[in-house]
Ligand binder design. Sequence first.
Ligand code: HEC
Length: 129
Amino acid sequence: MKVIVLATLLFAAGIGQVSAQMMARGEVKFNACKACHQVGDNAKNTIGPTLNGLIGRKAGSVEGYNYSEAMKNSGITWTEMDLAEYIFDPKAKVPGNKMAFTGLKDKQAASDIIDYLHTFDKAPVKLRQ
Ligand code: HEC
């Protein structure tokens, strides 16, 4: 949703092709997550769960992934706002969760990553083989 709104705004401002550039930027920023998370057609749960279809999904719900109790019981259904908070400071957002990541303090980078993750909204969540 945010991607579409932004793209529309930028387009209206006469800057074509920006949304593709934004996607590319998000993909690069996603390198911060890639050591532990996969997205895309053949994504599998690795150190962390696959992030396909993340926005709108209940936290701790990818089948076959061994979540912490903290994540399973967080009561979160991931929105952009939850994600922004979690990426900024995972331990503060979900105390006791096991994501060994200190947080990304660059809010623009976090926002780019969230936009990038939106491109996997419709992809089915893959289960561990
Ligand atoms: C060092 C490995 C590591 C890195 C780097 C990492 N994560 Fe994670 N992530 C995990 C683990 C492990 C979990 C499972 C947490 C739990 O069960 O407590 C997780 C869980 C998550 C979840 C919850 C998923 C769900 O199904 O509810 C999200 C969202 C997430 N990570 C996003 C990110 C993003 C975005 C980045 C990059 C900015 C990132 N992570 C970087 C290891 C990592």
